[in-house]
Structures are given as C-alpha cells and as structure tokens.
Design a protein around this ligand. Structure first.
Ligand SMILES: [Mn+2]
Length: 375
C-alpha cells in the first residue's frame, strides 16, 4: 500500500501494542512490519504510544530504529535521535521535530503528543485539557519560525469529543475508555492554530473532521472485534502541498482493496441448525460469530458439533421470550430456556461477545440462586 501510493512517511498514532507488556511474538511482528514499511531507511515511520502502551517501554525503543528510519515516542522526556533513516531529524523541543529528507521538496514538522495519562499531570491546578493545550501551544510558539511552506502535522492518541453535537463517536468496547468521567475528552477546538493536520489514534473507525484544518482518525487498519465489522478498514492518505499556502488532501484507502488482505471476522445470522453447520464449514479461515435466530435453542450436542469443527467460533444465542416459547407448540414444556440458569448463560453469552460463562461463574450463579430460593 505504501508503495502503490508512494507514501513519503507513515504515521502511527497508537496504540502500537495492545498491552503494556506485549508478547515477544507481537514485538517481532511489529519489527518485521516497520522494517518493511521503511524500505531500508527510505521512508520514515513515526509511532507514538497510545493508552494501551507502556510509555516507558515505547521510549526504550526511541533510538533503536533510528538508522532504519523508525522513531518511537512514549513520553516527551529524553533526547531525540538526529537521524531517521536517510532523513535528518531536528529536535525543536516539547515534542516538536522537523524532518529533512533529501528526496522531499519541503521539510515536515511533527508535533508528537503521545498518550498522556491525566494521573501523571504535574499539578492539579489546571484541567487536563487546559494543560495539554498549553503544552502544545508552548511547543509551537517556542520553536524557531519555520519557512512559510513547512507544514506542521500533529500526532496524538486521544478521544476527541465534539464541541457542538456532531454525531458522537463511540469508543470501541475493547478499548480502555478515555471518555469515562469526561476529563480526557479533547474538544475539537482545543487543537492549536497553525497546524495542517492532526492525525489521531484510538477510535477504530475512520473519521475526518473538517474545520480550520483537518483532524482525522484513520481508524484501525484491521478488524479487532465483532463490534468492528465494518469492511472499510484502511488508512488515510494525507497529501500536503506547499505552494505559498499549504493544501491538505485526504483519501481513505481501504485495506481490503488490496487482494492480499482479507477481512478477518464474519458475523452471520442463522435460523436453522443446517445453516449453522454450513456456515461453520464455509468460514473455516475466519473468526466467525453465529447469531442464532432459530425457533428454539441449540442443544448442547449441536453446539459441541459446531465448536468441534471451528476453532474460532462464537455463538450468540438470543434470549427466547416466554411468549415465543409458548407459541411454539414444538417447544417442550420444560424448555431449557425456562431455567434461570440457562437464561443467565444466554444473557452472559449475548453481552460478552459470544463468550461462555466460566464454570466458576456458573457455580457462583447457582449458589446465589439456591440462597435466593431458600430465603
Ligand atoms: Mn487507545
């Protein structure tokens, strides 16, 4: 993709990893991919930490990829390497850097603002947003004046809230929320003037806000959960043009247009056991969620048949209402769904993305049930 569209640089707005302590396998994959993206130092790859990352761990790689063209920033402390593959990197302070690449017609300024937990704020005298805003302003204002044709792009990981009620973005369920309590919601108006573009990370769906300048979430390039089924996964291609004034264009590049990439997840509603069996065979190579819409619940034998044939299968059973069951003359009087235990199990599966409750949880539930019934 970077080759097809001749991207000059790749910006990764976090999260880099899913956890503060990523497994070795994830780190190896990351190293492999970034190395491929840079094409031997040709194309800078700049990553900042997100809320899932350990800032210190990302910082530990600050100089690791300098010769290859990879810059990783976890915090605003510490020194910035002076090289980025074939490019020269100038540290202008407070997260502002300037990249000079021998093949580029203009330099690029980047305001790097890795995710910062409000718990780390030096003092409580200011609101988190005010404090962030001040640090961004400080970075831009204390830097030497740039030539008029140097664009400044900001890279940050944040939940952007809307000043006026443009439809709100939903955070993805598997993301650690940044909007609970409201302290970490960054209003669109908080971003400093003088930027050409703000590249945001955190929300899995692509979204570009147009105002004084563009502010955009590229969204995650891949699907990460069954709540993330949108097939329009990809990246944003930002084109910065400097001819007296800076023009910015953006274009959404869908990953699945590239034939080597396939969607990972499928969700399918089935209404008969036969349909469920067919889906399980057909979608062997994917994560599959079957939403069961049949007239009565799948039997434990049917469920185990399906699960035995698919390693990455999730089954979501609807809760059957008492009425629906009574109307179904086929339903035996002592239907499984009349038991509270089964209703709880079905509810659990429905609200936990197809995950079965653990034996321990079911045991606790039965215990509570016994106490309630004997009370
Ligand atoms: Mn995040």
């Amino acid at each position: 993709m970077v080759k097809t569209h001749q991207a000059h640089a790749v910006l990764v707005a976090g999260d880099v990893f899913d956890s503060p302590n990523p497994p070795a396998e994830a780190e190896a994959l990351f190293e492999e991919i970034t190395a491929e993206l840079t094409e031997e130092g040709q194309r800078p790859v700049i990553c900042i930490a997100g809320n899932h990352d350990s800032p210190e761990r990302i910082d530990a790689r600050r100089t690791w990829g300098s010769r290859q063209g990879i810059l990783m920033i976890g915090t605003l402390e510490g020194t910035i390497p002076s090289r980025l593959g074939r490019a020269e990197l100038l540290d202008l302070g407070n997260g502002l850097v300037e990249i000079h690449h021998p093949d580029w017609s203009i330099p690029l300024r980047l305001l790097l603002s890795p995710y910062f937990s409000p718990y780390r704020m030096p003092s409580a005298d200011q609101s988190f947003v005010d404090w962030l805003q001040q640090s961004w302003k400080k970075a831009l204002e204390s830097a030497p004046v740039s030539s008029a044709d140097t664009p400044t792009v900001m890279l940050t990981h944040a939940y952007v809230g809307l000043d006026s009620y443009v439809p709100e973005l939903e955070e993805d369920p598997e993301e650690k929320s940044l909007k609970i309590g409201g302290a970490q919601i960054i209003p669109l108006g908080a971003f400093p003037k003088g930027l050409s573009y703000v590249a945001l990370g955190h929300i899995h769906r692509a979204k570009v806000f147009e105002g004084d300048f563009l502010i955009g979430y590229s969204g995650s390039p891949l699907q990460y959960s069954f709540d993330d089924l949108e097939r329009e996964k990809g990246v944003l291609l930002i084109e910065l043009q400097a001819e007296n004034e800076i023009k910015v264009f953006h274009q959404k590049i869908a990953l699945f247009d590239d034939s080597s990439m396939k969607p990972l997840l499928f969700q399918k509603r089935v209404t008969s056991y036969k349909e469920a069996q067919e889906a399980v065979i057909y979608y062997q190579d994917h994560f599959l969620k079957l939403i069961w819409g049949g007239p009565k619940a799948l039997s434990p034998e049917e469920i185990s048949w399906l699960k035995d044939r698919h390693e990455r299968l999730f089954i979501e059973e609807g809760i059957f209402t008492r009425e629906a069951l009574l109307h179904d003359s086929q339903a035996p009087q002592e239907s499984r769904f009349f038991s509270l235990e089964e209703a709880f199990r079905a509810y659990y599966i429905q609200t936990n993305k197809g995950k079965e409750p653990s034996d321990l949880l079911m045991e606790v539930f039965r215990e509570v049930l016994r106490k309630a019934q004997s009370a």
